[in-house]
Ligand binder design. Structure first.
Ligand SMILES: [Zn+2]
Length: 437
């Protein structure tokens, strides 16, 4: 298939804008990206005309998407009270079907925003995977390891859960070519160190992603250091927890030594600027991460804490916050901000075939309406990148493909029955509220 667009923004690290441009695919894979006049003498292809710009599908590296079920609940609370008073009591009553419908609504939201891959940390992972597969999207599913209120006392409770995830990996890894499975111990303050060590070993054994909330609040870091005699990254690195593929969400309260540990162990960061701001957790040292060569991608965090899954907002907010933090109007240029939601996000997940349009990458794409007034004037080709980041938005996404299959057309989800999903989530959210009160 050949997609012919008014512009192609490959997000391949070059900063190029191809105007006009073409993307050729075979099955779920991109085979060629170029300009219109370079189509060559190859065999004739079926052609799709894209009115607008074609970008790779965005990649959201830290999400708890089924928390659409709790959107708007427990507003204005700090993280610890929000978790213990609002969220965990409701999550203790979740069923598989709740998670399926919560994820289904989220998948519709993500896809309509042009986000084709999300890295999910949640429970009831089979239902979550079923919803992703049914919605036509793509996910790295890292089942959560956390003791919810009411669980039976057990000294080594994480072992059973680790076994469940290993079994889930055996059953669902690679499902439909769109599911990857990892592990998500909640945090170093909720899963004891021996648990983290054994979960990390299980993840390493499968070359699976170890996804954890790390250094999110200052209080959590101070308490951990007083209990363990070192910073969270130092203690986890010493214990071997960082020896595999690690993705550390938030990563706000880090010292220069901690950043050195991240670099040495190639720990990637899921940067969640809006969640960090809304929960008053802090501002992560984004520019320092990038200067040190630490892999970084953007995450929205769950829709109960942010409250949407709009990675376009995260892109712009990341750049704004970086400039305030650095007192530098040149900090995080638009091209770098776009990279954090595309190619950089794929690299943060250890998935170089995601978030970019290049030969061998996945045919995950989003078309953007260039006729919108926010793109006027468009004087130089590469100015489109500035426009996308500084004045673009999720509302301009018109069409989305995942693995070459069109899942959004003219702004409408083609696969998800959004009316049904909306009414399911409304009813289930009410039931969970009553159950927890
Ligand atoms: Zn989170």
């Amino acid at each position: 298939m050949r997609y012919r667009a008014d512009a192609v923004v490959p997000c391949d690290g070059s900063g190029r804008v191809l105007r006009p441009g073409v993307v050729e695919t075979s099955g779920d894979t991109v085979t060629r990206v170029g300009t219109l006049d370079s189509t060559g003498d190859g065999p004739p292809m079926r052609e799709v005309r894209v009115d607008g710009a074609l970008l790779p599908g965005l990649v959201n590296v830290h999400c708890h998407s089924p928390m659409t079920l709790f959107r708007g609940s427990g507003e204005n609370l700090p993280l610890d009270r929000w978790l213990t008073e609002v969220l965990w009591p409701r999550e203790a009553h979740l069923t598989e079907d709740d998670v399926f419908w919560g994820m289904t609504v989220a998948a519709a939201e993500l896809l309509r925003f042009g986000v084709t891959t999300s890295c999910e940390a949640y429970f009831h992972e089979d239902a979550l995977a079923d919803a992703v597969v049914a919605a036509g999207s793509r996910a790295v599913i890292t089942p959560g390891v956390l003791q919810l209120p009411g669980a039976a006392p057990d000294d080594r409770w994480w072992e059973t859960r680790t076994d469940e995830i290993v079994d889930f990996h055996a059953r669902r890894q690679g499902d439909q070519g769109r599911i990857e499975v990892g592990f998500a111990p909640h945090a170093a303050y909720t899963v004891p160190l021996p648990g983290l060590v054994s979960i990390a070993a299980a993840a390493r054994g499968l070359d699976a992603l170890f996804h954890i909330h790390l250094a999110e609040t200052e209080e959590e870091c101070v308490r951990f250091a007083s209990q363990h005699g070192g910073s969270t990254p130092a203690v986890l690195a010493d214990a071997g927890v960082f020896d595999g593929r690690v993705l550390a969400a938030h990563s706000i309260w880090l010292s220069p030594d901690d950043l050195t540990i991240y670099r040495q162990h190639d720990v990637a960061v899921a940067h969640c600027p809006q969640s960090n701001a809304k929960l008053a957790s802090g501002v992560a040292p984004l520019v320092e991460f990038l200067d040190r060569g630490i892999r970084v991608g953007l995450g929205t965090d769950g829709p109960a804490s942010n409250n949407d899954l709009d990675l376009w907002e995260e892109m712009r907010f990341a750049a704004l916050l970086a400039r305030i933090r650095e007192h530098d109007a040149a900090a995080l240029p638009a091209l770098s901000a776009l990279d954090l939601a595309t190619r950089g996000a794929g690299l943060a997940l250890g998935r170089p075939e995601l978030g970019t349009l290049a030969p061998g990458s996945k045919a995950d794409m989003a078309a953007i309406d260039l006729a919108d007034p926010v793109f006027v004037p468009w004087l130089e080709d590469d100015q489109l990148i500035e426009h996308l980041v500084w004045s673009g938005s999720s509302r301009l996404v018109t069409d989305v493909w995942v693995g070459g299959r069109r899942v959004v057309e003219g702004g409408r989800c083609m696969i998800v029955d959004l009316d049904r999903a909306r009414s399911e989530v409304e009813a289930r959210a009410r039931r969970l509220l009553r159950a927890a009160s």
